[in-house]
Design a protein around this ligand. Structure first.
Ligand code: SF4
Length: 414
């Protein structure tokens, strides 16, 4: 009846990297579950604001949080951010996102280099020409010195221009030239693989390298990662870059990531949503969790199954109940997680009428079927497939919540 994270999806075999802060060890790749990560959008130099947002992302379930480290002020603030998080008991690993000047910042701010649990290096933004290898090498040397894993994160929008120019020249001279997007895809992959090989040559443990090749179009992302996955065994971070706002961003990310995850590709994911005014940053964490949970890859919080409603629904009461129950379950999770192992796999059905209500309710751990038009004003409740009660009157929501609480306590008690 309950859905649990399952093993029917065969994962690509990858090396495992270890990201750590204090006693919190987060493995990525190998037999680790697909990890959820996110990124702050605060000015990192604002240590308090950044620490608060990191805490919120971590509390929402982000297992790794990336912060921009772009200026000396940002690098100087990192140890203080780490300190504040530690004082709040938030030991989520922090990843420093470096572009252009990472080699200098890591060298000049050793406390920052130490306080971060991982470095993200964009090979397209570490310098051009002769400087490129020197500056990349300096960053890898810091990773080796501080024993930090690295994500080599290539991005369509900031490709290594020397490599791209070389591949374009070769393509122009070829008797079977490829389309521009294919050449760019190859440049992305080669940039990631060559950088990883160079990092290993410089002494970085290959297990500690994660790769990403982000693009903003769904089909391109799928094609790039399929190819990348075949050509290496590094752990892979998935994300559709610049996915967009609102439903467009959610749908595009879900479409791209789901195809790849279904094929076993991807060891960690981020859903990059352009924040809508007033929307909490944690939304990207919730969407990432929901992608993994609806695909049966992981369980994070009890799921509510609700029908969309139609002309048979007498009011919006059942949608309100579904929303209320989903919010309640999510808020209860931090408490339940400690005391009721497995509760995150629970399913709750909230249905609008007799057509699919009882059937769907019987398939859930707990289900309620509210009365539709022409039905008697009664809401049968099903527990593990059996009708146990019929609720009536004005307090259906409260009474249903009590039934959910009792079920959790009786079924999942450690
Ligand atoms: Fe409509 Fe009933 Fe189906 Fe809900 S369960 S969509 S109310 S027919």
């Amino acid at each position: 009846m309950s859905s649990s994270a399952n093993s029917f999806l065969k994962r690509r075999i990858s090396r495992q990297s270890v990201i750590q802060w204090a006693d919190n060890v987060v493995t990525v790749g190998g037999d680790a579950p697909v990890r959820v990560q996110s990124m702050t959008n605060t000015d990192t130099a604002d240590a308090i604001g950044t620490a608060i947002q990191v805490k919120e992302l971590a509390r929402a379930g982000s297992e790794i949080v990336r912060i921009t480290v772009d200026t000396p002020a940002a690098a100087a603030a990192v140890p203080s951010i780490r300190d504040q998080l530690d004082k709040m008991g938030v030991y989520v690993p922090l990843v420093g996102d470096f572009h252009y000047n990472g080699h200098t910042l890591l060298k000049d701010y050793p406390d920052c280099a130490q306080a971060l649990s991982k470095y993200r290096i964009n090979p397209g933004n570490v310098g051009q020409g002769a400087k490129r290898d020197v500056q990349f090498s300096q960053m890898i040397e810091m990773a080796c010195r501080y024993r930090k894993p690295v994500r080599i994160g290539v991005n369509w929008g900031s490709l290594d221009q020397d490599l791209l120019a070389k591949l374009l020249d070769e393509n122009a001279a070829s008797s079977h030239p490829k389309e521009l997007r294919e050449v760019m895809a190859e440049a992305l992959i080669q940039s990631a693989l060559q950088s990883a090989a160079r990092a290993e040559e410089l002494g970085l443990d290959g297990n500690q390298i994660t790769l990403s090749c982000k693009v903003s179009a769904v089909q391109d992302l799928i094609a790039v990662y399929r190819d990348l996955a075949k050509r290496c065994d590094y752990s892979l971070h998935l994300g559709l870059t610049e996915a967009g706002m609102g439903s467009k961003g959610i749908v595009a990310s879900t479409a791209a990531l789901s195809v790849l995850l279904q094929e076993g590709i991807g060891d960690t994911i981020r859903v990059s949503l352009t924040p809508e005014p007033g929307a909490p940053r944690e939304n990207e964490v919730i969407v990432a969790q929901e992608i993994l949970q609806t695909m049966g890859l992981r369980n994070f919080t009890p799921m509510v199954i609700a029908c969309p409603g139609c002309g048979r629904t007498t009011s919006t009461y059942f949608q309100e109940l579904a929303s209320r129950i989903q919010t309640y379950l999510r808020h209860q999770m931090p408490i339940w997680k400690k005391d009721y192992p497995g509760v995150e796999a629970m399913n709750v059905a909230v249905m609008g009428c007799i057509v699919n209500g009882p059937g769907e309710s019987k398939h859930a751990n707990i289900g309620i079927s509210l009365p539709g038009t022409g039905e008697s004003p009664a809401a049968p409740v099903f527990v593990d497939g059996i009708k146990v009660k019929t609720l009536r009157g004005d307090n259906i929501a409260e009474e249903f919540q009590v039934i959910v609480d009792e079920y959790v306590k009786n079924t999942y008690r450690a």
